[in-house]
Design a protein around this ligand. Sequence first.
Ligand code: OGA
Ligand code: MN
Length: 298
Amino acid sequence: MTIKFEDITDHTGIIINNFDASRDVNDKKIFQIRELIQKKHFICFRNQNLNEDTLLNFARQFGTLESYPEKDKTKKNIQIFNVANVSSEGDHLSEDDPRVVLQKNNSRWHTDSSYRFYPALFSLLYGKEILPKEAVGGQTQFCNMLLAYDDLPKEMKEKLQPLHQVHSYNDIRRLEPSLPELSIEEKQGFPPVTHPLIRIHPDRNMTKSLFFTSNTSLEIGGMSFKEGKELHSWLVNYIENKKFHLTHDWQINDLIMWDNRVLLHRVIPYDYSKYRRAMIRGTVEGTTPVYGPFSQIN
Ligand code: OGA
Ligand code: MN
């Protein structure tokens, strides 16, 4: 049976109801899912029943998986990212627990693993515990950066063309100073990298998209601190425009998957001490550097 889907908005996102990610894994279906995500960048698979192993097994169909960047944080599978204010033992964590502070940092627009030389391709996030209906926040919001680029004023496209942003895992500590220091090994594992602010997509006829984050560094290379920060704030404010967005309202047992090359995302903040929210994530590695306008692409 081929996979049936519904569009969410005309530019981003589909919902799939008749697919079981723990069982229906075969080459034909994976091929179809790849085609769908290439076109719509985001997929929500409803009514899944996954555990760490079956999530990772499904994610692995799309490439090699990333491991969590900090040691000793993931008990069983190092490829599982616990996106939760609940510990692996099931305890609701206090607001100042570093694991919760990291969730708060996820409420800043970002793409996953932009701090790697090859940033993430796909992320797959499975909702084990979600907020009750009456709660405020807790949605995952996406921004389509192909549209955001297209809609930029011409002068801004020209201004951004040569610029790069520094992405540094360690810099999360600048935004969230309460996080414990990384070990030397962890820091050495992820030295700062730069990526162009305009990304070229060789698999989309060299189309361009905007590419920046606000969950690590907030400055732009080659500009003064003040000027770079102003430009960065302008960009963050610019992508607040709802016409670029898709907001995912979670249902229990949703599995969502997105393309980090095209979409930024963030969690809408919620009351972290009142509500439990527990998700697990598998992340598919990127395989190429981020191509910018001046990259040599054959
Ligand atoms: C993530 C992330 C957002 C959310 O898992 O990478 O940013 O809604 N999650 O929890
Ligand atoms: Mn993320």
